[in-house]
Design a protein around this ligand. Structure first.
Ligand SMILES: Nc1ncnc2c1ncn2[C@@H]1O[C@H](COP(=O)(O)OP(=O)(O)O)[C@@H](O)[C@H]1O
Ligand SMILES: [Mg+2]
Length: 352
């Protein structure tokens, strides 16, 4: 059939009753494709954990349906439910390791439960330990590990029963930025290696930007926006998405530059200060130099930043374009025609 792995259709989850009633999920519909890394971003209390707990049926929604690999898990019970759950691995913010068990025995645990024979189990545990890069910690206890190492154990344990889906609930939220990156690399690696579908829940846009293909923004129990990550960065539509983006896009203009723009009142020349934002392919093209050549204007770069969403470059530069009025205007039109987003921050000269 289709390549849809997880499908939520109008899922509503309400906790409590009367004046204690909380609508944790309101009419949530999502489609997560097989093999993709799907991010769900939202503030604390937005309903993220509830969503994940509905997917593995730790919570029952009041209405709506959830399908996993075509199977309606909202209807499953007993043996069928256990079999469906085995398709799902999960990792947590606080790792949830067994403190009295070594790395080896933490990873062996789910295999013991599912009755895998000792020899096969031993081979599996050893290959998982190698996969997550913890061969030198095989007999260590959780208390002897760093946060990043603990999460590596968590990932190995989650992969023990060869799941098709990995659910990650704030899996990097307790880690420092460098460790976060290394754990995200590992998740990307297992995604590619095993074609594993990953659902990654977070309140950090950095995490989404780093490895997700698709993203849904959840706000107060509702999905307010969903689509490709690149598309979200290029055209965020919801207020919630814009709020999350602020921290990673560096859209604030540095104060030194703002002062310059105000002070800049040379009357002899026409000039405009513009912010040029770009996403994707144009980053590699010599657009600025061709503008200078084509339109005989001066371009003075005041500020620039470049970043990547997975492998797609995005960023913005603030430039002062000065010269003959008609030339400046044509140059700006040309830049827009190249697919760049232009925003005039200040202008000097006869018409401003
Ligand atoms: N077991 C529960 N009983 C009552 N309310 C709950 C329960 N679990 C979560 N909630 C409420 O549901 C909302 C969503 O919670 P949650 O899914 O944990 O959000 P997030 O993971 O995005 O922080 C919150 O208002 C929370 O207080
Ligand atoms: Mg949560």
């Amino acid at each position: 059939m289709s390549s849809v792995m997880i499908e939520l259709d109008k899922v509503t989850k309400i906790y409590g009753q009367g004046d204690k009633r909380v609508v944790a999920l309101a009419d949530v519909s999502l489609e997560i494709k097989k093999g993709e890394i799907f991010g769900i971003i939202g503030l604390s209390g937005a309903g993220k954990s509830t969503l994940i707990r509905c997917i593995n049926k730790l919570e029952e929604p009041q209405s709506g349906t959830i399908r996993l690999a075509g199977q309606e898990i909202t209807k499953l019970k007993g043996k069928e439910l256990r079999a469906a759950r085995r398709k799902i691995g999960m990792i947590f913010q606080h790792f949830n390791l067994l403190s009295s068990r070594t790395v080896y025995r933490n990873i062996a645990f789910p295999l013991e439960i599912s009755g895998v024979k000792p020899k096969e189990r031993d081979e599996k545990v050893r290959s998982l330990i190698e996969l997550v890069g913890l061969s030198d910690k095989i007999n260590s206890y959780p208390s002897e590990l760093s946060g990043g190492q603990k999460q590596r154990v968590g990932i190995a344990r989650a992969l023990a029963n060869n799941p098709e889906v990995l659910l990650c609930d704030e899996a990097t939220s307790a880690l420092d930025p460098d460790t976060t990156k290394s754990i995200l690399r590992l998740l990307q690696d297992v995604n590619r290696r095993f074609g594993l579908t990953i659902v990654l829940i977070t309140h950090q846009m950095e995490v989404i930007k780093e490895i997700c293909d698709t993203v849904a923004v959840i706000d107060d129990g509702r999905i307010v926006e969903q689509g490709s990550v690149v598309e979200l960065f290029a055209h965020p539509r919801s207020a919630a998405a814009r709020r999350f983006m602020k921290g990673v896009l560096h859209t604030e203009i540095p104060s030194e530059i703002q002062e310059r723009m105000v002070d800049d009142d040379r009357q002899d020349q026409h000039g405009k200060t513009v912010r040029i934002s770009f996403i994707g392919g144009v980053a590699g093209k010599p657009i600025i130099s061709s503008v200078i050549r084509k339109f005989h204007v001066n371009v003075n770069i005041l500020y620039a930043n470049l970043d990547f969403i997975k492998n797609t470059p995005f960023g913005s530069i603030i430039v002062e374009v000065t010269g003959d009025e008609a030339n400046v205007e044509t140059a700006l039109k040309y830049l827009t025609a190249q697919g760049l987003k232009l925003e005039v921050l200040a202008g000097v000269g006869p018409d401003s």
